[in-house]
Design a protein around this ligand. Sequence first.
Ligand code: HEC
Length: 472
Amino acid sequence: MIIVFFQYLALFNSDLTLFIGRFHPLLVHLPIGFLLMAFLMEYLSIMKRFEHLGSSVPFVLILGFLSGLFSVFTGLLLSDGGGYSLELLNLHKWLGIVTVVLSLAAWLLRVTLYHDPLYKRIYRIVLAVMTFTLIGAGHYGGSLTHGPDYLFRYMPEPARSWFGVQEEVPEQLALIEDLNTALVYQHVIEPIFVARCQSCHDPDRTEGNLLVTSYTNLMAGGESGTIIEPYQKDNSELYRRLLLADRDNERMPPRGRTQLTADQIKLIGWWIDQGAPDQTVVTELEATLEIENILLSMTPAGQHFFDRISVPHASIERIEAAINRGFRISPVAEDLAFLQVGVQQSKNEITGEDMEFLLPLAEQITWLNLSRTTLTEDAVSRFSEFHHLTRLYLQNSTITDGALAEISLLKHLEYLNIYGTDVGDAGLAYLEPLEQLRSLYLWQTHVSRQAIADFKSTRSALKVNTGVDRYY
Ligand code: HEC
């Protein structure tokens, strides 16, 4: 009866009902507190020492009942908003209602028939049962808002096994073994959705009527229709939501949840602009240099250096000095001391003196981008001092064969881009000692096919990009 009445009320104005409903998660703490307190006081009062507590129980109980009633009311309004797992929701709802009914029953027994030993016993049993249903309602409520494993997620390991809690799937983004065989959706895009969106958009909690659990579901869209317009990221609801301000209610993932990184958002935008394909291999798609770098950083070559070595953070003064000299500097990733360095647009020439400003940061600099610059001989002679470099971008610069001799000393170098330069076969020969090299861009250079084939023959992990057939 009561429920029918509330649900009827819920039909009136769905904004208002949701507004009131959203107080529910706040309000429920009141009956939980009061009713647990009533239980505790009653059972303690059995002991002589705490006898005095007994007389306050009816007061605490009635507070528990009233706040509980209000919680049920707001809860029913909230459930009208939808989007919860039905099974969990039903359990939570009915345990909550039963708790409130039992608290009323307990209160009535307490204030009327407490003097009768039989009823007193019944009353105490009702109180105990109520406490059980209360805990159950609270637990399922927590599961609704925070996901089923909320309570146990951070439980220490031995206890996890005793309680039979399953190992959590690590949230780390999938590594791409090989860009030439990786499928763009399955290996690049889907892992992002699984890690950051699935908890709310799976069959348990289909928020916004959207499932991200498969390509087909994703493309089918949600409440508001399709959310991905192939080739048009800016017309795609999904992408739009990723870019909204933090405080915007439509922002995904919602405030308070682990957000996507800038790189992940770029990858999703790129994928949509490439037609949001399903089975396509990553290297078959067109990618800007920036996207290629992001993809590369997901391969073992792009990752293992940072895992192995840690460096202290560079001093802000040194970074500022280099920025004032015309460089662009930023961390390679959040929380990492490693730096990536580029050149500001106005700067066309790099001299030995310019490099002096980077040298104090040599420990930290691991990506250096001096593409499109004129490099003086002095500048080139300092290259070997940046011994933590893993990526060096020198495309369209004035780098020559001889300069590659300096580069051959950078033993961590994994990525070298010298496309559009005068480098020839002699220069390539200098790179022989670079054992970590995985990506080499030789498009529009004078390096011969034969030299590339020879160079590659001893290195199975190396990808050489010559522009024509991209990788071979
Ligand atoms: C904490 C839970 C939560 C997480 C995590 C989450 N969402 Fe949502 N999402 C919601 C809710 C609730 C709605 C419905 C309300 C709304 O439309 O804003 C929604 C709606 C949407 C919609 C609109 C569906 C439609 O058709 O109206 C899109 C698109 C979306 N989410 C994408 C994402 C993406 C992409 C991610 C991961 C990057 C994500 N969500 C993560 C809770 C979540």
